[in-house]
Design a protein around this ligand. Sequence first.
Ligand SMILES: [Zn+2]
Length: 441
Amino acid sequence: MKTVVHNELHFGGRSLLRENAYTRLLLQRLRRHESMPAEQLQELGRQYLYRSLQRAVRLPAYRALGRDFAAHEAEQVLRAFPLVDKMTLLRAPELYYPHGGRRLPWQSVGKTSGTTGTPLSVVRSCQSVLMEQAFIRRHWAWAGFGPGLTRATLRGDMVADVAQTRPPFWFWNRYERQLLLSARHLSEPYIDAIMARLAQARPYLLQAYPSTAYTLALYLAKRGRRLPIPYVFTASEPMYPHQRELILDRFGCRIMDMYGMAERVAFATECEYGALHVNPDYGHVEIVDERGRPTADVGFVVGTSYHNLAMPLVRYRLSDRTRWKPGRCACGRAFPMIEPVSGKFEDAITGSDGQAVSPSVLTFAFKGVEHIDKSQVAQVGAAQWEIRLVPDVRFSELDREKLLRNVRQLVDAHVAVRVVLTSELPNTAMGKFRWVVNEMR
Ligand SMILES: [Zn+2]
């Protein structure tokens, strides 16, 4: 009962903030950008960039750059800003945080998940919080989703106590027609109850992490079942081919992936035609090589926030890697395209020759291997991997042999592999899961 009351207040309150006349107006405005030609979008971006940079030069780190520049010079001025990253901010908060790091009562604070190290806090303005929602809703609109339709959410939200063993493992947020499911209860004893509730809700859209949607799809596959949901919106983790394949198969859906981060400096959304579009009205995006120079090859994503004037992050380097994709998309939007964003650079793992091994290649190791509930591939030393498995009851020595044979034949013939069986592979505090991890450093 306590949880239900808490949920009503928490999600009800959040809905009031997210769904009102003002946020609808923001969404309408954003939707107009979709039909703008490239030059007009560039001009719009320039205006946003100018506004952010004018605010940034008030921070101690950038004061020396001065405020004496005009809107048409914004891109040129941007080049004078050095690249910064999470460590830069953690080491010298007094230079990069507004008001010497003191939060004002109307500002909120966002935290990075800290999956690859220390979490970072970012001060957010109210406006930026509302804008974020508008951008997410614009992406949903690409799937024809809007008010009156039902969505289900299977992410990190705490909707039921972890210790709870009886339904409900969900909460019906009537303010938004949203069924929130507890990702912490995605396991054998509770899964049938969760599936039944989800089927009853008949959502138009499922919001999930790739790993939670995949886990649900695995349980459906185990039961020989399919659960039709028109659209699955994924975000917050890289999506691997084996996950995409099974999600498509079990939900008969279209997947619309989204790339964003707690620092909110860049945002890319997958369209109806499967292209990942950088949203040019969200932030200024660059792709740079190891030395920080622009590259047409695979490089690091660097973003500058447009909408968080409380704490503008300028040329903020992320550890995500991707590449520009030239050409135009059949969807008609003049939003630039990028290739799918790979996992965190820190989590890349290397093979016996010291070269990085793509996670897509790693999935070959699991080809035709059955009886596994969950897996993780970790680099534990130079040319040494550990493949961790949560086996189901039918897992046998044959499955293990097949896995090892696949690694030798399809992935890397010389890397040392140890298969470790375990009863649990924990998620992060936010309920996310890292399928590939590098534990060598
Ligand atoms: Zn497109």
